[in-house]
Design a protein around this ligand. Structure first.
Ligand code: ADP
Ligand code: MG
Length: 345
């Protein structure tokens, strides 16, 4: 680095409350000139940055997975390789971008060839399925800290492309748009509770939920099919209501969700209503697409989803007043505390 970055943030006073994940990004890493380079069509704040590139836009995203924070130490390495790329392809899907290539940065405590063979197997099986090429990266040893080695850290940066002007963002929803979500929600959150010993599941349900947590399927085909139809798109990584709130803030709108119409993962359907709402509305790691489209496009959205072989459900409406509400089957608002995952909450 040639010079230290200057930023305009004032240092915290001792009485300042601790910053949240999004608060710290806003205060220290979001700078007014961030969008000013002529090649940057969109900078911080969306699933992908969007760059102008001749007749195309490039969508770029990066995601970091850290052992102990994002995955258990005993995770299957093949599944980890899959998931590390899948979460990035999910951001490309949200942008409506066709995956092109990715970069892989790894910090490893030791050279374990069995682990490496499995990890790279999971990574390339998914990469090949989407024609996404590994184009570079960086590899280093994780440090020795105290009695043990530092965590395995996997950072992938992925690039995709769209025709010029056709990338989706979170920012273009309009009041009156219908709100849609793909697939079913809550399986990964239920798997996490099971792993922590908080719930018990029958073996087939357990297997299905673990599969959803460990091997999410990025909705790339749906993202492409929604080009020209959806007004705003985000992928559900932090939890449905939290990600809807991100979309609402970026679009300057509010939303009402019919929570009883939110599609539930099969294993959730026999659980208590409270657990259903906590997992489907506030759980994370679903990697489904949440999007808005005008009501007149309702049939076209269904046709696009069918063509992409991806189920979608209409379950809410965007509105001008900036409130976010989830209603139960009786039309009563559901209390939504802790609506999404914040790494520093
Ligand atoms: P996603 O869940 O789609 O990966 P996040 O909610 O994690 O997105 O991040 C919100 C926005 O903040 C994104 O545009 C992301 O690129 C940006 N962001 C996150 N961390 C940083 C950082 N350390 N510096 C700059 N931008 C960041
Ligand atoms: Mg995202």
């Amino acid at each position: 680095m040639k010079h230290e970055a200057k930023n305009n943030a004032s240092p915290p006073s001792s009485s300042s409350p601790p910053l949240t994940e999004f608060g710290l990004i806003a205060r220290y890493f979001t700078r007014p000139q961030a969008g000013s380079h002529p090649l940057i069509a969109q900078g911080i704040g969306d699933d992908c940055a969007i760059l102008n590139s001749g007749t195309h836009n490039l969508a770029i995203t990066t995601d970091l997975l850290v052992e102990g924070t994002h995955f258990f130490s005993d995770v299957n390495a093949h599944a980890l390789g899959h998931k590390a790329l899948a979460v990035n392809l999910s951001d490309l899907a949200a942008a409506g971008a066709q995956p092109v290539c990715f970069f892989l940065a790894l910090a490893l405590p030791r050279v374990d060839e069995t682990w490496l063979a499995q990890f790279s197997g999971g990574l390339f099986t998914l990469a090949d399925a989407f024609g996404c090429v590994l184009a570079g990266g960086d590899t280093t040893r994780a440090p020795h800290i105290g009695p043990s080695y530092g965590p395995i850290t996997v950072c992938i940066t992925a690039l995709g492309q769209t025709p010029l002007g056709q990338a989706h963002t979170r920012a273009r929803a309009r009041a009156g748009d219908e709100i849609w979500v793909s697939g079913e929600l809550g399986a990964a959150a239920l798997a996490l509770r099971m792993r922590r010993g908080e719930v018990q599941l029958a073996s087939t349900d357990a297997e299905a939920c673990l599969q959803r947590m460990d091997r999410p399927q990025p909705r790339v085909a749906l993202g492409l099919a929604l080009r020209g139809l959806a007004h705003a798109v985000i992928d559900v990584s932090d939890g449905l209501m939290a990600d809807l709130q991100h979309l609402c803030k970026r679009s300057g709108l509010g939303a009402t969700v019919q929570a009883h119409q939110v599609p539930l993962a099969p294993a959730l359907r026999t659980q208590s209503e409270g657990l259903q709402y906590r997992c489907a509305l506030a759980g994370g790691d679903d990697y489904e697409l949440l999007f808005t489209a005008p009501p007149h496009a309702h049939e076209a959205v269904l046709a696009a989803a069918r063509a992409a072989n991806t189920p979608v459900t209409c379950m809410g409406e965007m509105q001008a007043q900036p409130a976010l509400t989830a209603l139960d089957a009786q039309g009563k608002p559901i209390a939504l505390t802790g609506m999404g995952f914040d790494h520093f909450a």
